[in-house]
Design a protein around this ligand. Structure first.
Ligand SMILES: Nc1ncnc2c1ncn2[C@@H]1O[C@H](COP(=O)(O)OP(=O)(O)OP(=O)(O)O)[C@@H](O)[C@H]1O
Length: 244
């Protein structure tokens, strides 16, 4: 089970408000896109859920368990994992070494091997290149590796920060196909930061639109992609530009 509840959450960096009283819930197995312009608070929201930044107000719960105030490790043990923006893989380590990063504290040696095999089943190319340095992989393969590493904790809820960043559109298609397949196979709840509303609309799902650290809209991604609200969130009152 992994119902996520975000209630009146605020985050500040010193005097800079990043999120102001953000509230919404996410159902088990749902696919939710977080969208909004640069600086809207998307990454801060993911980090708050994972415990990587402290909240200054409000609470975050998963299945009624309070996440607020817990360490990132404790939150990961509850079944949440974050795939960071920029992927943060270790280029000088091999693909397999990257998957093993973070398993050092686990004692279930057999389960680790099973988890690695399952990642290779989901991403055959990673299995083929398991002994290659991760830095030698293409951008798309590195994104797959970052997602694969996230799977090593057997998450119920995966938060993915801008998986399309820096990738060619056809590679982005592949990354999303993989994410959707993983979701269908594992019953994952997915929360994905995606700046392109047209991309979110094509993949399909719900969208929470952030603007200036606040929720500006919450609804079907395809409906939002057509709406003025989206342009307002990206460009204030200037609706002449394209937010796609
Ligand atoms: N470590 C930090 N220190 C100070 N201010 C920060 C820090 N991280 C983010 N901010 C500020 O908090 C606000 C929200 O930033 P955040 O990165 O969450 O937005 P975002 O929607 O993810 O933006 P982007 O699309 O550019 O990644 C911005 O005003 C940003 O400048």
């Amino acid at each position: 089970m992994s119902k996520l509840g975000i209630f009146d959450v605020s985050v500040r960096y010193g005097k800079v408000p990043a999120l102001t009283e953000v509230s919404f819930t996410v159902e088990e197995g749902e696919r939710l896109f977080i969208s909004g312009s640069n600086g809207a608070g998307k990454t801060s929201l993911l980090k708050a859920v994972c415990g990587a930044v402290s909240t200054t107000h409000g609470r975050i719960e998963v299945d009624g368990d309070m996440l607020t105030g817990q360490s990132p490790e404790a939150i990961a043990r509850l079944g949440l994992t974050m795939v960071p923006e920029g992927r943060e893989i270790f280029g000088t380590l091999t693909v397999e070494e990257n998957l093993r990063v973070g398993t050092g504290i686990r004692h279930d040696t057999e389960a680790i091997e099973t988890d690695i095999d399952e990642v290779y089943q989901s991403f055959p190319i990673l299995g083929e290149r398991r002994h290659a340095n991760a830095g030698a992989l293409s951008g798309g393969q590195q994104q797959m590796l970052a997602i694969g590493r996230g799977l090593m904790t057997n998450p119920k809820l995966m938060l993915v920060d801008e998986p399309s960043l820096g990738l060619a559109p056809n590679i982005v298609d592949q990354v999303y196909e993989t994410l959707v397949n993983l979701q269908n196979e594992r019953g994952l709840t997915l929360i994905i930061v995606e700046q392109s509303s047209s991309r979110a609309a094509r993949v399909g799902g719900r969208m929470v639109l952030l603007g200036g650290g606040k929720v500006m809209g919450d609804g079907d991604a395809a409906t939002f992609a057509e709406s003025d609200l989206l342009k307002e969130a990206y460009f204030g009152q200037d609706k002449s530009k394209d937010a796609t």
